[in-house]
Design a protein around this ligand. Structure first.
Ligand code: NAD
Ligand code: TYD
Length: 353
């Protein structure tokens, strides 16, 4: 099977590409990525010379190039992960999220449908990798199920909700075989250090303040990235066209507790007395429209397809810290240049409050 994976140089995409290239030598895996600040080919160094792996640098917003590429390669399936993915950036620059997440997704749908129509039986599926943030925010109880109505709040989640709706529309209106999964917060190797966990790992290593928005009471449901990749593999191969699956590992944590645990792990690994790094915790101005709590019910995926996460949050966080400690070069390279400018602009305002 000839599969196009978009966003494969990013955090989750790199784990999905690696898994497919290594596990399925008979598949041809095409990784299409624009290489924005979040895309990094160093994430795929170990597989870049494999015979079944191809890289294409392209922007999914560029409709003509996308149509021409599909015409040439006649992909049989798409796993679509390319996106602008950071909520804080979406608050400052929402239009970029509309272009990539909405227009880019629709461009891919057009191109996939053309292949599907012109070559009956050839196109297997269009898989959109989405987020639980489309469901909005929970109070202190309850969980998101596949039936929870969409209620996005941030420009990021609004753009992902919109793209999910377009994917379903291409199924219901034009008969494109599509699948969607909505996953909770991921963490693990190759996570760009603008998101909570890798940002705090980087700041701990540089003895910089750990910025906790508001009171740190917001709850996220964490999943180790390789467990997301295994769910994507299963859903890609087993889910029925038109279906949706929630993905998550029942790991609800308040932000402040995540960072306290992270500080304890890093004190131990850096040979410091317990309590050393916790002193860096700094409460800063809250995020605008900050969703209080996410919790995802993935029982459908567990029941129907037999998926299970492989690690607990504590185990996954240990593995993640080890990876960052062993890959200081990666961290230094992605935090040089424009990253620091963004970080300083973004956090200067928050620390002032
Ligand atoms: P990421 O920001 O690390 O990676 C995104 C990748 O997409 C990058 O390689 C980037 O270069 C590429 N990209 C961006 N704009 C592009 C464009 N116009 N054309 C082509 N490529 C482009 O994101 P991630 O955290 O790996 O998330 C991947 C997908 O999974 C996204 O669709 C996201 O919404 C979804 N998701 C993420 C999480 C999470 O916790 N990170 C959870 C659930 C779902
Ligand atoms: P983030 O990693 O940006 O993921 P998302 O917003 O998609 O859930 O943020 C996770 C949680 O951590 C969220 O509640 C916001 C909070 N947060 C902080 O408290 N400080 C930070 O510096 C960042 C980036 C996030």
């Amino acid at each position: 099977m000839k599969i196009l994976i978009t966003g494969g140089a990013g955090f989750i995409g790199s784990h999905v590409v690696r898994r497919f290239v290594n596990l399925y030598p008979n598949y041809q895996i095409f990784n299409l990525d624009k290489l924005t600040y979040a895309g990094n080919l160093a994430n795929l160094k170990d597989i870049e010379n494999k015979e079944n792996y191809y890289f294409i640098r392209e922007d999914i917003v560029n409709r003509e190039s996308i149509m021409a590429l599909f015409e040439k390669e006649k992909f049989q399936a798409v796993i679509h992960l390319a996106a602008e993915s950071h909520v804080d950036r979406s608050i400052h620059n929402p239009l970029e999220f509309v272009f990539t997440n909405v227009v880019g997704t629709v461009n891919l749908l057009y191109a996939a449908l053309k292949i599907h129509r012109e070559n009956p039986g050839h196109f297997y599926r269009f898989y959109h990798v989405s987020t639980d943030e489309v469901y909005g925010s929970l109070g202190s109880t309850g969980m998101f199920t596949e039936e929870t109505p969409y209620d996005p709040h941030s420009p990021y989640s609004a753009s992902k909700a919109s793209s999910d709706h377009f994917v379903r529309a291409w199924h219901d209106t034009y008969g494109l075989p599509v699948v969607i999964s909505n996953c909770s917060n991921n963490y693990g190797p190759n996570h760009f250090p603008e998101k909570l966990i890798p940002l705090c790992i980087n700041n701990i290593l540089h003895d910089k303040p750990l910025p906790i928005y508001g009171k740190g009471e917001n709850v996220r449901d964490w999943l180790y990235v390789e467990d997301h990749a295994s769910a994507i593999d299963l859903i890609f191969h087993k889910a029925k066209p038109g279906s949706t699956y929630n993905v998550g590992g029942h790991n609800e944590w308040k932000n402040i507790d995540v960072i306290r645990l992270l500080c304890r792990i890093m004190d131990r690994k850096l040979g410091l007395p317990e309590g050393t790094k916790e002193k860096l915790i700094t409460f800063v101005k809250d995020r605008e429209g900050h969703d209080l709590r996410y919790a995802i019910d993935s029982s459908k995926l567990q029941r129907e397809l037999g998926w299970k996460p492989s690690v607990t949050f504590e185990q996954g966080l240990e593995k993640t810290v080890d990876w960052y400690l062993n890959n200081r070069d990666w961290l230094e390279s992605v935090t040089s240049g424009t990253y620091m400018k963004y970080y300083e602009e973004q956090y200067a305002k928050r620390f002032d409050q």
